[in-house]
Design a protein around this ligand. Sequence first.
Ligand code: XMP
Ligand code: MG
Length: 190
Amino acid sequence: TAPAELGNDHGYGPDIDHVLLSEEQIQAKIAELADQVAGDYAEREVLLVGVLKGAVLFMSDFARALRLPTQMEFMAVSSYGSATSSSGVVRILKDLDRDISDKHVLVIEDIIDSGLTLSWLLKNLGGRRPASLEVCALLRKPDAVKVDVPVRYVGFDIPNEFVVGYGLDYAERYRDLPYIATLKPEVYSS
Ligand code: XMP
Ligand code: MG
């Protein structure tokens, strides 16, 4: 796609290879997920736990689309590994600010790749005795099926390529893009 066709590209146009999911596709999916979650949780108060930093844009749009009383917490974890893959060895960089016991916790994730990060996180949060614990992930890659992590809500199953935008970064850039895209190979080698 030529830069001119990328619309609101925040100046990243020359780095972008192609748009995988447009802003419209993402927002339509969020409305769909929110309807599903609202139906499942009925009048219950949901505690959204966003995983920093990738889930920030998704969490923000999802919380507004979800017509339920909602509270928000954030957690930051780092999994040891390379810039583009994780090892499953996880470290908490920022923990939740409060107790989640007896709360209906819905973990908001940007992407599930190997599933190792999420698997660790669910074990950790599960140990804090929430009333319920489910996951809503915007994106899921094919490798995620290899690890048995229960993900109740998934936005899109995407091919096994590295993507950026809508919260997702490469070297901390591109999170601010309103859509999800792939980068040109030369961006990784420079
Ligand atoms: P695992 O493999 O543990 O890792 O499920 C999930 C985390 O890996 C990062 N990740 C990506 N980040 N574009 C990104 O910007 C991608 O295509 C991608 N795939 C995996 C991300 O931090 C996620 O939380
Ligand atoms: Mg990242």
